[in-house]
Design a binder for this molecule. Structure first.
Ligand code: ATP
Ligand code: MG
Length: 172
């Protein structure tokens, strides 16, 4: 399914901007005008769950959703300057019903297991990099439709603000 990345993201960015603002957080988005080959319904759900967590587990700073070209793919990243996840828990958070203990936010512990399953279905496994107390970045890649040339690079992401998050930049 060719779909416009911006089209799929637009309503989500709007919705979670309001939720972020409500908590005094910033939400920045940098989505280039590209077409990707993926199931838009699955993609929408993955990003919804990631943005929901990013806003929920962040108390100061904010959230960035950014996409950029990487080879034949689009790398999609959701960053936050939130609580972070300890190294030994980073693989477990994708398990059904797994929740990090001693946190006041409520939930079932299912959001990321849905993300992981949908990522598998799309052949786009979801990765996480996180520093406890500093923030998290979840990312995955989507196949770009042919003839897409538009790129954005990580320096643009950094310019969007949220200093400190640059330490989490995912290597090429
Ligand atoms: P829900 O089913 O409503 O999504 P949940 O948010 O607790 O509940 P998951 O989304 O699966 O469940 O996340 C699992 C756990 O991973 C969370 O309980 C939370 O502690 C941790 N976590 C997930 N995303 C983040 C994040 N961006 N920053 C910090 N911790 C996170
Ligand atoms: Mg969740």
């Amino acid at each position: 399914h060719p779909c416009s990345l911006r089209n799929v993201m637009q309503s989500l960015v709007h919705e979670f901007s309001m939720k972020a603002e409500h908590k005094g957080l910033r939400l920045r988005s940098h989505i280039p005008d590209v077409w990707v080959n993926t199931d838009p319904t699955y993609l929408h759900r993955i990003v919804r769950n990631l943005l929901s967590n990013a806003v929920k587990y962040t108390e100061q700073g904010g959230v960035i959703i950014a996409a950029r070209k990487r080879g034949e793919h689009i790398l999609l990243q959701v960053w936050d300057s939130g609580l972070g996840i300890d190294r030994d828990e980073q693989s477990k958070v994708f398990n059904d019903f797994y929740r990090v203990e001693n946190r006041m936010q409520r939930g079932l512990g299912l959001g990321l297991s849905v993300v992981a399953r949908l990522g598998q279905q799309l052949n786009s496994p979801i990765s996480v990099r996180s520093v406890s107390g500093k923030g998290s970045c979840f990312w995955f890649e989507l196949p770009m439709c042919a003839a897409e040339k538009q790129v954005s690079d990580v320096s643009r992401v950094n310019k969007l603000g949220l200093s400190g998050l640059t330490a989490l930049v995912v290597d090429d």
